[in-house]
Design a protein around this ligand. Structure first.
Ligand SMILES: Nc1ncnc2c1ncn2[C@@H]1O[C@H](COP(=O)(O)OP(=O)(O)OP(=O)(O)O)[C@@H](O)[C@H]1O
Ligand SMILES: [Mg+2]
Length: 509
């Protein structure tokens, strides 16, 4: 069976404008995410893990720009998506949880309110239906308009680069910049001409949708009035019957029960009609309790009315996960979700994420700087360094057959599982992303670096159908280099542990 692709990142490049120049945070990365899998993105601090995922979520900092590439979710490019559509996808299809659960919770608002807030705010069902009806036309119109903004941003970046270029004279800079501005002007006017037909199409579709939903709303109200009338008549009749009996008799009790039953029916009926129009408080409450149970928050009815400070760190992270799950997302991005927690709690949250993934067939992106955490959760692993993916493969590929010297370094710096001792820290520091190196960014810190590593960016070499690494060492003409002994020992240990684990599973079965 072919696996279903949920997310596809292609040649993504992201930079930040800063007073010192352009920080090239993400430098041409591509990866896929399949339905029901966990992809771990691993790398040292500053390698671009969070920036990549913030771009997917549409929450890049204001000075950040997607320079190039696409982020395809189903058939939509999130890199080009307009704000309004982004909210629909971000809120519903993609969820994200962060390292520090406290910073994603409001300390002065009850947990229950925080869990139900988005569902209630976005709960106008009629409006949502309407937006669905003109979604495509709106998307095309807004994206056309967005081309103006993109052109402006691109020119800004180009001007910025000219200004920073020390090889140009003042005069050259001036003429280059005025050239760029002229170009932009032409570009803008040609885009502006194309906008009106899109606007017209959108407005027509919108009017059509509004009319259709108006009719539907009236119909719902009429149906409600009709049903209510029938119920109220039944209620009046039942009450009349009841008045024939004396209190305390068994006939009275039986008829009293009938009256109560009808009253309940009336309330249910009102609630159900309300739900056709919008999400009700009761509905949001019921859903919150269900999700709180699912993420392992005990006594959810009581917890619903408490504040964040009344929760432990692990419980707070469960609340944050509950908030992300309320909208039933298809993709869950976890950015270092356990880093701020102590080891036992860490394990519990990892297990929770693993179980949720399995039960809900979620696609998970799991970001961490700790390869040690990854072995347990990930189906596939992408290793990032200095804004690039340097190696990717299945968990087995990366743990048992790592090929890139940076992956070796990461593996040898994982704290030993028995002694908890960190064996080697990676010597040196990552490069300054204002001036990314021309060749393999890891060359400076790589004891096996070849001359070409300093000169040319290595392409991805195929190790197997699932496994790729960008290291010149994999070139057929490169000298044969063995991985360091410490990494070999690590791998043997991982294999032994895995074998013992499988045997214990077999023994239990
Ligand atoms: N708003 C910003 N302005 C300028 N540079 C930024 C901004 N945000 C991130 N960066 C830079 O982008 C690069 C990648 O940062 P990112 O946060 O993605 O790292 P990370 O891999 O998530 O690291 P960590 O493990 O520390 O979370 C870093 O060099 C960082 O300094
Ligand atoms: Mg980060």
């Amino acid at each position: 069976m072919k696996k279903e692709k949920v997310l596809e990142v292609n040649n993504l490049k992201i930079s930040f404008r800063t007073p010192n120049g352009l920080v090239r945070a993400v430098r041409d990365i591509s990866f896929d995410l399949y339905k029901g899998e966990t992809l771990a993105i691993v790398g040292e601090s500053g390698s671009g893990k969070s920036v990549t995922n913030r771009a997917i979520m549409g929450i890049l900092a204001g000075n950040g720009i997607i320079d190039d590439g696409s982020i395809m979710y189903r058939d939509q490019d999130l890199a080009k998506l307009a704000e309004a559509n982004f909210h629909a996808i971000r809120g519903n299809k993609l969820g994200m949880i962060f390292q520090d659960p406290l910073s994603s919770l409001n300390p002065t608002m009850k947990i229950g309110k925080q869990i139900t807030e988005a569902m209630l705010v976005n709960g106008n069902r009629i409006k949502n239906k309407m937006i669905d009806m003109y979604h495509t036309e709106y998307y095309e119109y807004v994206n056309k308009k967005k081309e103006l903004e993109l052109a402006r941003k691109n020119t800004k970046t180009k001007i910025f680069e000219v200004q920073l270029n020390n090889e140009l004279s003042k005069l050259d800079k001036k003429s280059k910049i005025s050239e760029l501005k002229q170009e932009l002007k032409l570009q803008l006017s040609s885009i502006k001409v194309e906008i009106p037909p899109y606007k017209k199409k959108f407005l027509e579709k919108k009017a059509e949708a509004e009319e259709a939903l108006k009719v539907e709303t009236i119909k719902i109200r009429e149906d409600e009035a009709k049903e209510l009338k029938v119920l109220k008549n039944r209620f009046a009749d039942a009450k009349k019957e009841l008045s024939k009996f004396t209190k305390g008799t068994s006939e009275y009790d039986a008829h009293s029960a009938i009256v109560k039953g009808i009253r309940k029916e009336i309330l249910n009926n009102k609630e159900n009609f309300k739900r056709q129009l919008h999400v009700t408080k009761k509905e949001a409450y019921e859903r919150a309790i269900e999700i709180m149970n699912e993420v392992g928050i005990p006594e959810p009815e009581k917890r619903f009315n408490q504040y964040p400070f009344q929760f432990s760190g692990g419980m707070r992270q469960r609340v944050v996960i509950a908030i992300a799950l309320m909208a039933n997302p298809e993709v869950l991005i976890c950015d270092e979700p356990t880093t701020a927690l102590d080891v036992t709690i860490q394990g519990q949250i990892l297990n929770l994420i693993k179980n949720l993934k399995k039960q809900r067939d979620l696609s998970v992106i799991f970001i961490t700087h700790d390869l040690g955490v990854v072995a347990n959760v990930a189906d596939r692993v992408a290793v990032m360094y200095a804004g690039k993916i340097v190696e990717y493969g299945t968990s087995e590929d990366i743990f048992y057959n790592p090929k890139h010297p940076y992956t070796w370094a990461l593996l040898s710096s994982v704290p030993d599982l028995d002694t908890k001792e960190k064996l080697l820290s990676i010597p040196g520091t990552p490069p300054d992303m204002l001036y990314p190196p021309v060749g393999d960014a890891f060359a400076d810190r790589n004891q096996f670096a070849l001359k070409i590593d300093f000169e040319e960016q290595p392409p991805f070499f195929k190790v197997s159908d699932t496994h790729f690494a960008a290291s010149w060492l994999l070139h057929e003409d490169a000298p044969k280099v063995e991985m360091p002994n410490i990494v070999k020992q690590r791998i043997e240990k991982y294999k032994a542990q895995e074998k013992a684990f499988q045997q214990s599973k077999g023994a239990q079965a």
